[in-house]
Design a protein around this ligand. Sequence first.
Ligand code: NAD
Length: 426
Amino acid sequence: MEANHSPSDPLRSNPFFQNTLSMLERVGSKVQINPNVLDTLKLPRRIITVSIPVRMDDNSQMIFTGHRVQHNQTLGPFKGGIRFHPQVDVGEVAALASLMTFKNSLLNLPLGGAKGGVSVDPAKLSMSEKERLTRRFTREIGPFIGHDKDIPAPDVGTDSQTMAWMMDTYSLDSGFSQTGVVTGKPIEVGGSKGRDAATGLGVVFTMEKALHVRGISLDKATLAIQGFGKVGMHAAIEADSLGIKVVAVSDVSCGIYNPEGLNVQKVVNYISENRSLKGYPEAAEITNEELLSLKVDVLAPCALESVITSENAADVQANIIVEGANGPLSHEADLILQENNVLVVPDILANGGGVVVSYFEWVQDIVWLFWEEHEVRSKLKQIMTQCFDKVWDFAQKEKSLDLRTAAMSVSLKRLEHAMKLRGQAW
Ligand code: NAD
């Protein structure tokens, strides 16, 4: 029987959660997934909401709200990032947690799906305020995480330093060093070589495959990237190194555009000095909205969800969209883009490189044996390209399905099989 939802349901009232739920229902009925499996996957297994009192530098107190949503653990321990952003709410975190379940299943990893978030603007906190917030949040969710239970990682607004504080707090509370409780840590404290760049690299590995099937050679391709954080910046660096011309990038402040191609290393240096792209000299300033409608071969949204909707999808002029961000397209946008023959490489495939190398890091922490960067990179490339081929072949076999439906189908079939074997569905 389907779960009950009231109109004030904090999950269903979030459009991103609603969009993810509709996608699950649509794909599930298209490829005939067992209805009990679908119903189980519609709601998270557990939602933990905590209030986090933090002593600010001026000795005042601020109380933040945080969530850890554990969606599904059929395939292994819960796994997913922690976001610090003012827009965080429980519906957004639940949508992201369910995408982690689908992504980990698609990538054939022995992991379930989870996500966490705190509603806060980290740019407004000092380093010590951020540390106190992170440590207190970790304490509050501490009983529910662990290397064999639930393993957080960085996401928007968090980084390797955040993970080092989480690992330290959890270890102090346990009485011994527990490096495997989080991934995305600095290398000195159990992190993996190649984790920082992994998501961006994975975006480019799948982009190469998409360019190939569209018959566009790398040295002729142009690329615009929205978001120049951990994902967007590393995607730009890797694409540039392959000869793809990066003509535009953006951050929250603005976009920058140079049709002759940006000097990516100069942009990286500029943002590390100025902490924003505003005022970058060798390009024209454009808006984030303008970046999305540039005439380029590839558009890679690598910032936040729901940036391409029915409002602006028809303005997209790119041949290919590679979803570095989670959930950047609404369903209505998907339909318009399919109509316009735009090839969309979906988030659960395109940005899976981060969790693949998080999985490598978790394995290395468990056995205390660490790999060289070239090993991480080649294993990552193998998994990403094989996964693209599997999704592409499924799409062709099923009479030219779009890649999102194909990727979700492959993922749901694995979950269905595992749930039946475990006796969770019948
Ligand atoms: P980040 O915080 O490192 O970078 C986010 C970037 O987006 C920054 O450049 C920021 O200025 C920009 N941005 C923020 N708000 C914006 C707005 N309203 N308009 C335009 N730009 C805006 O975050 P990240 O880790 O790079 O994550 C980006 C996306 O990729 C998210 O959707 C995240 O869930 C997804 N993702 C991240 C990872 C990872 O390993 N970090 C893995 C998989 C998916």
